[in-house]
Design a protein around this ligand. Structure first.
Ligand SMILES: Cc1cc2nc3c(=O)[nH]c(=O)nc-3n(C[C@H](O)[C@H](O)[C@H](O)COP(=O)(O)OP(=O)(O)OC[C@H]3O[C@@H](n4cnc5c(N)ncnc54)[C@H](O)[C@@H]3O)c2cc1C
Length: 262
């Protein structure tokens, strides 16, 4: 087995990912869903969920973590169409515990707690590369410019995993990028939970996930934006919103560890 790739980790999109297990996030055209598509997505999600659980542990950098969705409005007021008609099968959804004022350590009125799967790309991708080599696979750095280039390969079966590269390689103009970026803080091992959302009026959607290689802060998803350049305004918004959130959290003597952005 040979992997042909223009770039390998750490220079791939996968290495830049937050990599929470979120198989239904980032859907760009929900109206075009069909029953067959839903079935295929559910099957793929089931396979991925099972395989990731089999690999969980430090060797592959896959672990479970408590995640808190923070908000000032009660969770039931925020129910979406997705809640009423879930794409993800119920057996792949872990229960959410709605915590009200006084029941959680965050400076918002509500926090919905759920255990989520976290993948650390720098560990996981290295482990996958190591496994390929260990089982006799090869990695060849090479770019394919046209589908005709594939005909030069000796292999009888070719699996296309070129991600966003398919847009140019196969003329797949329906492929739409969602631009995201992360800001990494130095690791803070005492922070053992993830958060989604922040204080009201402090800059839109944000999220924080701790990893062994740093605390990942994010909160962008720009449909149709192909740029690989970090957006400095977005970085500032995301860092400042987290600074406000965790400064408020640190103000209460009864709270657990808050992340440090100083
Ligand atoms: C900031 C950020 C946060 C994210 N968070 C999440 C998340 O929490 N959960 C989630 O599920 N997803 C998340 N994603 C999305 C996720 O990272 C991608 O969907 C995923 O990494 C795509 O993997 P892939 O293997 O398809 O593509 P890639 O990782 O891009 O790999 C494609 C490979 O194909 C090669 N290639 C491409 N074109 C050619 C060519 N013409 N010739 C030769 N080789 C070629 C590339 O060099 C590369 O090796 C996030 C993304 C970003 C940027």
């Amino acid at each position: 087995m040979t992997i042909y790739a223009l770039s390998v980790p750490p220079d791939t999109t996968s290495n830049m990912s937050l990599a929470a297990w979120t198989p239904t996030s980032g859907l760009v055209d929900r109206e075009r869903r069909t029953a067959a598509w839903d079935l295929q997505l559910r099957q793929a999600a089931r396979i991925a969920y099972r395989q990731l659980q089999l690999l969980s542990g430090p060797e592959y950098g896959i672990s479970w973590i408590d995640s808190y969705a923070l908000s000032d409005s009660a969770p039931r007021e925020r129910s979406t169409q997705e809640d009423q008609d879930p794409l993800l099968p119920s057996d792949l959804r872990l229960p959410t515990v709605a915590l009200g004022p006084g029941e959680h350590p965050f400076p918002t009125r509500y926090a919905s707690q759920r255990v989520t799967l976290r993948i650390e790309p720098s560990i996981y991708l290295d482990a996958l590369v190591r496994d390929v080599m260990r089982f006799g696979g090869r990695i060849v750095i090479r770019k394919f410019d046209t589908p005709r280039d594939l005909m030069t390969l000796d292999e009888s079966i070719i699996i296309n995993c070129t991600g966003l590269g398919s847009h140019d390689l196969f003329g797949d103009t329906e492929l739409v990028p969602l631009k995201g970026q992360l800001t990494l803080l130095v690791p803070q091992p005492e922070v053992n939970y993830a958060t989604f959302g922040g204080l009201q009026g402090t800059g839109g959607f944000i999220h924080m996930q701790p990893r062994s290689d740093g605390i990942a802060l994010g909160g962008t998803s720009e449909e149709g934006n192909w740029s690989l350049e970090p957006d400095e305004n977005a970085r500032q918004r995301i860092v400042e919103a987290h600074r406000a959130l965790f400064a408020a959290m640190r103000g209460s003597p009864s709270l657990g560890p808050a992340i440090s952005l100083s």
